[in-house]
Design a protein around this ligand. Sequence first.
Ligand code: HAM
Length: 414
Amino acid sequence: MTYKAPRGTHDVFGNNALGMSLLEQKARGIFQKHGFEELRTPIFEDAALFMRSIGQTTDIVEKEMYIFEDRKGRKLALRPEGTASLVRAFIEHRMDVLTPAGKFFYVGEMFRYERPQAGRYRQFHQIGAEFFDNSSPAADAEIIVLAQDLLFAIGIDKINVHINSLGCQNCRPLFREALVKDFGFVENLCEDCVRRLEKNPLRLLDCKVDSYKFTAVPQMSDYLCDDCKDNFSLVQSLLKSAGCAYTVDGKLVRGLDYYTRIVFEIRSDAVGSQDALAAGGRYDNLVEELGGKHTPAVGFALGCERVLLAAEKTGFFNSLKKPEKIFVAIADQELFNEAFSFATKTVRKGLKSNKDISVFGPVNNKSLTNQLKFADKIKASKAIVFAKTEFENGKVLVKDMKEKTQIEISINEL
Ligand code: HAM
């Protein structure tokens, strides 16, 4: 009996593992520059937290959550996204008092029971940020610029930033009404859209099946109240002043119900149909809806797997710097301890000096020929050979594995 990773999950190794940690490393640097602090939340939460925040009629809550009961019958869910968890933690730990800057980032696995395809998985990684207690359009613009900077940092510069305003509780109901009126006349709506028409009409705009039927749909921009209109144009003028190109996209509605006003998606042509590399928006009512004080907030998350798919297309993986590999070999078994001690010291020295090296060996009970064959296999650049005669004179042999040359070097010089 052999086992495979569950459908929709994947093992991360090789270039992808390197890329993933580099992306994380760069993100941490950028977050720090913008003053965001890390907040790690549990991988599972009370299922009701997600149902309440993401919205009962969203695809995520209706069909994509991994829900289970623990031994005491508590209904828990693997987190499908990070925002709800961060809001829960923000309220639970009185972060408004503890961390008044209100800027947090997170990195971690998310889980959604979706139909797997390239760029869409059931377990995937997000890097995200949430900016609490700031209603200024500058916070929206900073979040969009931040998401963009993260992509630029790993060489993805061909991106399309789509933005829209979903209005507020004053103007959105009028838009909803207009949508229901308009879509009520469209014939043969798909099963999902029939349901959406009744429960969540905004989501009609996001339908992949019926979208060709919706050519002249009402635009939210025509229904925005004066405050929302001003807010939308202020965010746009800030984006312009930060040199961020964007497209106003009246059909952008997003798949989570907590948004108010600005929403955005950053897409790339380099990947297939799952082209949203990062997405987010403002959610001014969520903290209050989850039991906190009224706290306007805005945030985003990027999908690491999709970002790495796009980065691969730009040749980013070829530019990854790999450490120099050094293999410690023994020509005489009795020198094993000396070789082992040398390997350990080399690693420690490398750690101290921050040198980019990886040390392999020594290995027991293998002929020198086989040890060197192995050094070739792992693409070591050098083999340091401990041999009796040289060692007695305080020396080792250093083999250049590529050039096939060797020199004697005093151990102290290494
Ligand atoms: P989201 O659009 O659901 O937003 O996800 C954000 C990003 O996560 C997507 O743009 C995509 O890159 C990635 N992603 C989503 N689902 C999958 C999947 N099944 N497989 C691979 N990647 C995926 C949110 O999650 C919001 N919490 C973002 C946010 C933060 N809004 C405000 N603050």
